[in-house]
Design a protein around this ligand. Structure first.
Ligand SMILES: [Zn+2]
Length: 270
């Protein structure tokens, strides 16, 4: 499932390509993905233009000129693709936006994913339970330390808890814990001051590095996209069970924590 880096890469690419481009048509091939009748959705969107494409947690937020917010979540397997006017695609797409310049934005494989048209109040309500943004200024060491205090949960399960911190999932929680040299099964209230500080630094470091490298999505955003997926071959522990740790050469292990696969190096992480 895409996390902050993947959504930031989409956000950047969408702002570069579809911002201020007029929407001339919308195909709804999977009505379950939207929050109203397709005709009503089309009325809210057609002839409008995205004025900004933002992100909150793992959600994408497209702000339209008429004050409608398109809030979406790709969930598991969902992805975006921007096709050139002449480009033919094998997939029909769950939702397809057609722009005045002939390009088409595909929301693909939205078996679980969704895209809701909301007003400001509806959006605030939809995103109300999300925790702090780890790349925001408000996410300070002091704040993080107080968030962790008296938390009995494992640090892995806290990092992926969207109400605790928004936008971190299974992959980057493992990468962050490796960069901080902390085992995923440690209890939050058991971390020492120095460990909390390492963990705090590892969060933005890990996420920003992955954003610069294009995140881990394995399918491109567009035909000429060379950015997406660059982080895939740079992951240090995630999905590397049995492979050698790049730092110490020991084997990466996998353990289940609160029903989630957690990859770690038993030597580098304490
Ligand atoms: Zn190691």
């Amino acid at each position: 499932m895409p996390e902050i880096p993947e959504m930031e890469v989409y956000k950047k690419q969408l702002n570069e390509t579809i911002r201020f481009k007029k929407i001339v048509d919308v195909e709804i091939n999977r009505p379950q993905s939207i929050n109203m009748e397709p005709e009503e959705f089309r009325e809210k969107v057609i002839d409008e233009l995205p004025v900004y494409i933002g992100r909150r947690g793992k959600h994408l937020v497209l702000t339209l000129g008429n004050g409608v917010y398109l809030v979406g979540h790709l969930m598991l397997g969902g992805r975006l693709y921007l096709a050139k006017p002449e480009e033919k695609l094998k997939t029909k797409g769950s939702i397809v936006f057609h722009f005045l310049d002939g390009k088409r934005l595909y929301f693909i494989n939205f078996r679980l994913g969704w895209l809701h048209a909301l007003d400001r109040e509806g959006m605030d309500e939809k995103l109300a339970t999300l925790g702090i943004e780890p790349l925001d200024k408000e996410f300070s060491l002091e704040k993080f330390t107080s968030m962790l205090s008296e938390k009995k949960a494992t640090i892995k399960s806290l990092l992926v808890d969207q109400q605790f911190i928004a936008g971190i999932g299974n992959c980057y929680s493992d990468e962050i814990l490796f960069n901080a040299s902390i085992r995923p099964d440690r209890k939050a209230d058991d971390l020492r001051v120095g460990e909390i500080s390492s963990l705090y630094s590892a969060i933005p470091f890990t996420l920003k590095e992955a954003i610069l490298n294009g995140g881990y999505m394995d399918k491109p955003f567009a035909k000429d996209d060379k950015l997406t997926g660059g982080q895939n071959k740079l992951l240090k522990v995630y999905d590397r069970e049995g492979e050698n740790c790049y730092l110490c050469s020991d084997k990466i292990e996998m353990t289940m924590i609160s029903g989630k696969k957690s990859y770690f190096c038993p030597t580098c992480q304490k």
